[in-house]
Design a binder for this molecule. Structure first.
Ligand code: NAI
Length: 480
């Protein structure tokens, strides 16, 4: 029986391995992690991450051919294929701080693999890593190998949170990069055979190692760039009276462009886009390509601009001050159908409003008070480290309350900011919300989920990103 071990039981390691276990009953899969609470949660009824369909897959396989364990060394030493899906945060200190990927966790995993291995292994990069990381990992493994043969493969993950199980069941493509030597090709074939249990062969792409590593960074940069492009247009739409939804639709019907990922919003978030683009920028700079680096940097700059623009719009519309005003925040996760708050635009928007002394009442169907307080007190990039190594939040932000109901959040509020596109926000009873709010009652829709026309009829002053502005908002321009 083939044995697989995955180091890192996070948003990628957990769902990916659960699906491999489900689709390959003849393969034994162990997911290991240094975080005890995380592994305990994977072994409980309350999984550590929320992802539609994940519970069912885990329940089907756990204890049969899918195991979660903190005994990292045992499972690594027994495995034929070792996936590494650990954190690759942005460096906060030293060379490349604020841009380069911090490979501390990756390196420590590689050294541990070399230490405990007694048989040949295929080591698979599942984490997103800088191009050429495989070379460094290969050196670590071979210098400590005691004659054991290691083959390194790059197999970046393209799943999107919120649709991870769907994406894993039917991926657009699986990408496997390996050395173009007989041993390398054999390793590629072994991993291909795993995916071939459910992925059509034509959807399994094989490349050299460097192309696979770079493709992941490139794919995330292209995706984020589309969002920044449409968000840049949203600012121009507001200034000219065009409607960004109509513009996106007209642009997206061009078959060369396509309709996906063209929704204007308060900005992109998630653990990957910013981190991976910063990493790409750093790699370009290191390779003497400052123009290319500058080009990709703009994608992040527009994203930051969009969040600032939103905060400025809120404050400017409300007579240039939100001090002591209650602002309801609906949605904190970086997108719907996930509880993940890493790099969510809600953090910057909330911090911006708190900077102007607002009182915030936050509701998100999947995010806990503890998480929100941690996010609002943590330093940039601290979130991307294993849970037990993250700083504990020293104090809570007093002007923030977290509630478990949208009606409670909006009661007596001066304004509502919608920051995540949860479906339930579309069907709220806005008449009831309006009656319980201070007047004038404002709605700032950062995801274009509500029907602005209907809300205006109720009496709200409505701001929808990239849409023609209410007369009120036109008279109160936001200047950064
Ligand atoms: P995560 O933070 O959810 O999980 C990483 C896990 O690795 C943590 O539970 C941590 O405790 C564990 N870990 C760290 N060092 C370890 C070690 N030496 N031994 C054992 N366990 C260790 O991170 P996530 O989101 O799963 O991301 C992992 C990698 O996958 C990152 O490189 C990320 O860029 C990439 N990725 C993430 C995607 C996402 O949607 N979250 C999508 C595609 C790629």
């Amino acid at each position: 029986m083939v044995k697989i071990c995955c180091i890192g039981a996070g948003y990628v390691g957990g769902p990916t391995m659960a699906v491999i276990a489900l689709k390959c009953p003849m393969i034994e899969v162990a997911v290991v992690d240094i975080s005890v609470p995380r592994i305990n949660a994977w072994n409980s009824d309350q999984l550590p991450i929320y992802e539609p369909g994940l519970d069912e897959v885990v329940k089907e396989c756990r204890g049969k051919n899918l195991f979660f364990s903190t005994d990292v060394e045992k499972h690594v030493s027994e495995a034929d294929i070792v996936f590494v899906s650990v954190n690759t945060p942005t460096k906060t200190r030293g060379l490349g701080a604020g841009k380069a990927a911090d490979l501390t966790y990756w390196e420590s995993a590689a050294r541990m693999i070399a230490d405990v291995s007694k048989s040949d292994k295929i080591v698979v990069e599942k984490s997103t890593v800088p191009v050429k990381t495989a070379e460094a990992i290969e050196k670590i493994l071979t210098h400590n190998s005691k004659g054991i043969n290691f083959q390194i493969l790059s197999n970046p993950e393209f799943l999107a949170e919120g649709t991870a199980i769907k994406d894993l069941f039917k991926p657009d493509r699986v990408l496997i990069g390996g050395r173009e030597t007989p041993e390398g090709l054999k390793a590629v074939k072994a991993l291909k055979d795993v995916y071939a249990h459910w992925v059509p062969e034509e959807n399994i792409l094989t490349t050299n190692l460097w192309s696979a590593e770079l493709s992941k960074l490139a794919a995330n940069a292209f995706l984020a760039q589309r969002i920044s492009s449409v968000n840049a247009m949203s600012a121009l739409c507001e200034a000219t009276g065009a409607d960004v939804s109509q513009v996106s639709y007209a642009v997206g019907t061009d078959s060369r462009i396509g309709p996906k990922f063209l929704n204007a919003s308060v900005g992109f978030g998630g653990s990957c886009f910013q981190k991976d683009i910063l990493n790409l920028v750093y790699i370009c700079e290191c390779n003497g390509l400052p123009e290319v680096a500058e080009y990709w940097k703009q994608v992040i700059k527009i994203n930051d601009y969009q969040k600032t623009r939103f905060v400025n719009r809120v404050v400017a519309s409300m007579f240039n001050t939100v001090a002591n005003k209650k602002v309801a925040i609906l949605g904190f996760a970086f997108k719907k159908d996930t509880g993940d708050t890493r790099e969510t635009p809600a953090i910057d928007v909330c911090k911006g409003l708190l900077g102007d002394k607002a009182r915030l009442s936050i509701y998100d169907p999947q995010v806990t008070e503890d998480q929100i307080q941690r996010d609002l007190t943590m330093n940039k990039f601290d979130w991307d480290h294993p849970l037990h190594l993250q700083p504990m939040s020293p104090s809570t932000v007093k002007q923030v309350s977290v509630v478990w109901d949208a009606y409670e959040a909006t009661k007596d509020a001066h304004a509502v900011c919608i920051l995540t596109e949860w479906d339930e926000f579309k069907s709220l009873d806005f008449q009831r919300i309006y009656e319980n709010m201070q007047k004038p009652a404002f709605i700032f829709d950062g995801r274009n989920v509500v029907n602005a026309g209907q809300l205006r009829e109720i009496g709200f002053i409505v701001y929808s990103i990239g849409k023609p502005l209410d007369a009120w908002l036109k008279d109160m321009p936001a200047v950064a």
